[in-house]
Design a protein. Sequence first.
Length: 254
Amino acid sequence: MKRSKSIADCGAPLLFIALLLVLWELIVRWGKVPEWILPGPLQILKTFGETLPMMLKHARVTIFECLVGFAAAVILAFIIALLMDELPLVRKALYPLLVTSQTVPIVSVAPLFIIWFGYGILPKILVVILVCFFPVVISLLGGLAAVDNDYLKLFRSMGASKMAIFRMVKLPLALPSFFSGLKISATYSVMGAVIGEWLGAKEGLGNYLTLSQRSFMVDRVFAAILAITILSLMLFAVVVIVERLVIPWHRLNE
């Protein structure tokens, strides 16, 4: 029963996407839309295959930026969330700043990083940290705050230390929320790296996308978008797999 439900859950969106692609191809062919304006899915796949070696070279740089920035953002967010949960004064001081930081467009901040740190890899990593930090810290903070107070009282009545309560109660119960933030940030990491490369870089998928756009190679632009989408889905899938390994009981409860 569960297996058939899982197949249905996966099949429905795949079927919908397939129908959209077929409709797209038919509109391009029957409408005789020029390829330099809107190439069809088949042409995009052909271009994707032809330019794959070149895009893999650029993708290595983007993947490195994503992984380093994502890891740094998760570590920083984990520490800040714990401090905000443990110290109300820190929470009151930092929470408004965190929310305010999300009102600033990333495309207006990224050029500043390039001015300050040049066209190297550091500005791209900083952009990734900036876009990935907020979802993780907010989701973990919400998970820690949502822990049932009765559990905490029970462990305190048994003489458990703060560290023991955190390790055995708060952290396990907050992990589902934490992984929800991780899944969002995993896809954001690719977006952040591409934005950083798009605004100024010598390598990376964002740089490849910019060069294709300036050359009016629309099929290559779509091929780059496809590569970026695949990379985002791969990172999302990795987080999902880690989530199932770390908290298998959460999946069973669902």
